[in-house]
Every structure is written in C-alpha cells, then in structure tokens.
Design a protein. Structure first.
Length: 153
C-alpha cells in the first residue's frame, strides 16, 4: 500500500513539474497589442525563467512584461470555425470542436503608459500561463473575481 501511495505521489509530482514548464518551447502567437518591435501575428516563445518579467521572444523582436506592473489579465476561448447551426451540428457529430485560447495582459509600461498584449496559445499553455500570473503578478486585478477592476484601458 505504501509503495502504491509513493508511486501515485511521484507521478503527480512529475506531472505538476511538466505542467509548470508547459510554456517553455511552445509556439505562441502575438495576436495584437502595443509592443513596438513585434508585428501582429508573429510566432514566438515565452520565457518564464525570470522572476521579474514575462518575456516574449521571436525572430522579429521581443518585449518584456514586468510582473509588478501588470494591472489585469484574462483568458478567453473562441470557436476556431464560425458556422451556422446545422453545419455546426454536422461537424460536431464527427470531429471535436476546435477552439482558440487567448490570454490578454495589460500593464503600465515605461513612463506609466498603458500597454496591452494578446497572445494565442494552446489550452494547456493558457492554463499554465494563468497559474504563473496568479503566482507572480499578485497586484493584478483578476476579472471575474467579483470585484471591479481599477483603470480600464
């Protein structure tokens, strides 16, 4: 019984460690925002190794989001395909419904300017990024937590 409990615990710990690094090495798309040196639609990677800032790197450029300056973040899910009712039912019978996952982060940039970035990522990466933001961006307003967020951009 103890061996079984040890195996279950070790497996759960290993899966947790894998989830924590789910963002590393995965392609993430910068959909839109105010980053000066990254074009919309640029595919890159997010570096979460820094305890100070979330960094987006691509071949075209990079930008950094300091955790202490994040004001809000939120995740949303959209259907990949927009069909009518009957085609949607037909597709739903034969294939899983494809969804896109977006995370939008707002923060105060240099000289206290409002900045925003919307990233498209996989479901597991969006969950990992939200967990990271909950842990590191402790001063941010979390939409949906029953409170009204301060400044809206």
């Amino acid at each position: 019984m103890r061996k079984l409990a040890a195996v279950v615990f070790a497996t759960a710990a290993a899966l947790g460690a894998v989830q924590a690094f789910a963002l590393e090495g995965e392609d993430i798309t910068y959909v839109s925002g105010t980053a000066q040196n990254v074009n919309e639609g640029t595919v890159g990677r997010v570096d979460t190794s820094s305890a100070v800032a979330l960094e987006f790197h691509s071949g075209a450029g990079k930008f950094s989001i300091p955790y202490t300056r994040i004001t809000t973040y939120q995740c949303r899910e959209e259907s990949k395909y927009h069909l009518g009712v009957l085609p949607a039912i037909a597709v739903g019978l034969f294939a899983p419904w494809a969804k896109l996952h977006f995370v939008t982060i707002t923060w105060h940039g240099e000289r206290d300017t409002a900045e925003v970035a919307t990233l498209e990522l996989s479901k597991s990466s969006s969950e990992a990024l939200l967990a990271l933001l909950r842990a590191r961006a402790t001063g941010a307003c979390k939409p949906g937590s029953g409170q009204t967020c301060g400044r809206v951009f």
